[in-house]
Design a protein around this ligand. Structure first.
Ligand SMILES: [Zn+2]
Ligand SMILES: [Zn+2]
Length: 748
């Protein structure tokens, strides 16, 4: 039986009719090729020939020529389109031609750097001396690598703390630095991206001090704003290479919505159950399938449910796949998949970043993974050479349900933009200090660090102005104080009490609502229970947790407008963007049953209020837009429901998580003197999320109105107006009122 016949048979037997929200086939595409350039160094040409590469894809050749012409570039072609070769060609060519030239490759994770180092090694180019320089590199090896290697792979954290502050040890490397490669550039967004943008500026500045002007070659998943991202990350213009010339097999895409069990409440069957049904059906028909779930627990449940549906012999050919496997274990699973011994794998989305697990027939994504880029990467696992099948099984989340009703929003529109704000003072100040530590800062540095850095210098404690410029007067290394994944230097450490391992950081402004005592905390797909939150030591002690409830914090929020930066007449009302101060107090939390979201217990908490400054977009509806909604509590409920659904859809426009966004709606705000809706950036100082909402307001509101209009529930449900992070525990929500307001805005 062909895979297509097996697929058709599956759809005929598994579905009851309504689950299939959309079915589309993306056509196969022929490759557009270009000859291997004559200008390429002979050893590199020979290495390509040894690997059977006799011609290039057109975009690879374009990237090579653009890089040779001397500019920066960002390659943003599709998954598995040979982006790596596109940036490797100009770099390797330069390293072969010039024994002094150096290149630095940045990867967001150690595993990805290892994969890249391995494939570079396979080219067997004697002139290319590749080495990984990260936290695992033994001290005695480090000096040797700095002197010997001409292609160094590292990560932003190591560059930030280990390389730049010790630039004197890297003088020769920096002096000869020709290329900086930033792979997986779309990962550098939000808080992390805002920091990395400063790290790259510091690198440019030091290279310049040592007499080098490296070219930046970036590669990114497909996003709406590749050129803008490259500029934001490096501070320089970049050519965008986006015309994908790689061949593509035909791919069938299915959007799968678990059946509606209770239309009035908007209650649907479990996405995990549906996914296990599909997985068992595909594997039972001998289609090799990978299934991505959001948490390890979900992945394990899907694996177990699917196995229960299959006979013992077939069930033995299913395996879970986790982050943390050694390269040997990964290759063992890959080999078993390639040889057809394994038929099905369930995984958390930790696998999504670039690591190659071979060609499969089908990929199932359980729940929208947060960005279209991630979804495309997951789907890209299926059918690289032959007809592939990709399925998104929707969760009850509002964005998932929106996609089920508006498939073109997912499959055709490219609206998601990777955004960051390197100039956020909460992020920038630490890097200004780090830069001053690295070399005295003066006006000339505005060219690399940006004028904002010089403006901030007088505000950074421990910087002294001297004849040589701003210098660091502290005793320690300032970079070590600046974590790249947080906007507040006084974040809380999250520590696993059983092992003593540090799991991560919780920013002060979110610690009280996410790691309060008794909270269920999710980290890399695993659940933990917070045993203790120590406010003095700024530490949350957690332990692995296997219970079947989750928690939701109840909090009181106030905002005050600090400075209005932009005001425009949009959608018939006054839309503002500016800086606000947000004060939150977490007063209690609820334990909720994982099965149905019912409340098990409400537990009071005694925590101090926290205040942070951030950016917000806000609007004051005009009286005619609120006609008939003026009575309380209808007014508040309508605004509150509008706020929630707007927050649910903002990640469609700005690559972020709804947990990165906060909101407040009030029937009377002290600063505006009127009913007001605020949507604010959840990170102190802001990373550009609210600004994107301001810029895209019309499209954002239109999408939100469609979301509300299309939801089949009667009075609001988790798929439209309810929010899993509402500080008011989803009280006072009026779906109809919100829709009326948004429609009136759009009608003006
Ligand atoms: Zn609904
Ligand atoms: Zn709310």
């Amino acid at each position: 039986m062909t895979s297509l016949a097996a697929w058709d048979e599956l759809l005929g037997s598994v579905g009851e009719g309504d689950e299939l929200a959309h079915l589309a086939t993306e056509p196969a595409r022929e490759a557009r090729t270009a000859p291997v350039p004559d200008t390429l160094q002979p050893p590199l040409r020979e290495a390509l020939a040894r690997h059977g590469i006799e011609e290039l894809y057109a975009h690879q050749s374009e990237a090579y020529e653009d890089a040779r012409a001397g500019g920066n570039l960002i390659v943003t072609t599709g998954t598995a389109s040979g982006k790596t070769l596109a940036f490797n060609l100009p770099v390797l060519d330069a390293l072969v031609a010039d024994g002094h030239a150096r290149a630095l490759y940045l990867y967001p994770t150690k595993a990805l750097a290892q994969d890249q180092a391995r494939s570079l090694g396979e080219l067997r180019l004697p002139a290319v001396r590749t080495a990984i320089y990260d936290g695992d590199t033994p001290t005695e090896r480090r000096r040797q690598i700095r002197g010997w290697a001409n292609l160094v792979l590292t990560n932003p954290d190591m560059l930030h703390i280990g390389v730049l502050p010790r630039h004197d040890l890297w003088g020769n490397f920096l002096h000869n630095l020709r290329f900086v490669v930033v792979d997986e550039a779309h990962v550098y967004r939000g808080v992390f991206g805002s920091h990395v943008a400063n790290v790259l500026r510091r690198l440019r500045r030091l290279a310049r001090i040592y007499g080098a002007e490296p070219q930046f070659l970036l590669a990114s998943a497909t996003i709406a704003n590749a050129g803008e991202l490259a500029q934001a990350l490096t501070g320089e213009e970049a050519t965008v290479v986006e015309d994908d010339a790689a061949p593509r097999a035909e791919r069938t895409v299915a959007l799968w919505n678990p059946p509606l069990l209770d239309a009035e409440l908007g209650l649907r069957a479990s996405a995990l159950g549906e996914a296990s049904r599909l997985l068992a059906g595909l594997v039972g028909r001998r289609l090799r399938t990978i299934c991505f779930a959001k948490s390890r627990k979900s992945a394990e449940l899907i694996h177990r449910f699917a196995a229960e549906r299959l006979d013992a012999a077939t069930a033995a050919r299913l395996a879970p796949y986790r982050a943390g496997y050694t390269p040997q274990q990964r290759r063992e699973i890959e080999r078993r998949l390639v040889e057809g011994d394994l038929l099905g794998v369930t995984s958390t989305d930790a696998l999504e970043l670039g690591i190659d697990i071979g060609d499969l027939d089908c990929a199932i994504s359980v729940g929208f993974p947060g960005t279209v880029a991630s979804l495309r990467q997951q789907w890209g696992r299926a059918g690289r050479r032959e007809h592939g099948f990709a399925i998104l099984v929707a969760s009850e989340d509002a964005l998932d349900q929106y996609f089920m009703r508006e498939p073109p929003a997912l499959l055709e529109r490219r609206v998601e933009a990777a955004i960051l704000d390197h100039a956020n003072p909460r992020v920038l100040d630490g890097h200004v200090a780090a830069a001053a530590f690295e070399a005295p800062l003066d006006e000339g540095d505005a060219a690399t660090l940006g004028p904002e850095a010089l403006e901030r210098a007088p505000h950074v404690p421990e910087l002294r102005h001297t004849a040589r410029g701003w210098v660091w007067a502290g005793k320690d290394t300032p970079a070590a104080r600046v974590p790249l994944r947080s906007t507040s230097p006084d974040s809380f450490l999250v520590v696993d009490a059983s092992s003593g391992d540090v799991l991560g950081l919780a920013e002060q402004e979110r610690a009280y609502s996410t790691v309060h005592e008794g909270a269920v905390y999710l980290h890399l797909g695993r659940q933990y229970l917070v045993r203790e939150l120590d406010l003095q030591a700024r530490r949350a002690l957690v332990e692995p947790f296997d219970g079947d409830w989750y928690t939701q914090a109840k909090k009181e929020t106030e905002t005050s407008i600090e400075e209005t930066l932009r005001v425009e007449r949009r959608l018939g009302l006054e839309l503002s963007f500016g800086r606000v101060s947000v004060t939150e107090q977490v007063v209690a939390y609820q334990k909720k049953a994982a099965a149905d979201g019912s409340t098990l217990e409400t537990v009071p908490l005694d925590l101090p209020p926290t205040t942070f400054d951030t950016e917000a977009v806000w609007f004051v509806p005009r009286p005619h837009q609120l006609e008939g909604l003026e009575a309380m509590p209808l007014l508040l409920s309508s605004l509150h429901a509008a706020e929630h659904s707007l927050i649910a859809l903002l990640p469609l426009w700005a690559m972020c998580d709804r947990w990165d966004i906060g909101g407040l709606s009030t029937n009377l705000h002290l600063d505006t003197g009127a009913p007001t809706v605020f949507v604010y950036d959840g990170h102190a100082g802001g990373v550009g999320i609210a600004a994107r909402g301001f810029d895209q307001f019309e499209g954002w509101v239109a999408d939100t109105a469609e979301l509300l209009a299309g939801c089949p529930c009667e009075h609001g449900c988790p798929s439209c107006v309810q929010s899993p992070k509402c500080g008011n525990l989803n009280e006072f929500l009026d779906k109809a009122g919100a829709l009326t307001l948004l429609r009136r805005m759009l009608a003006t």
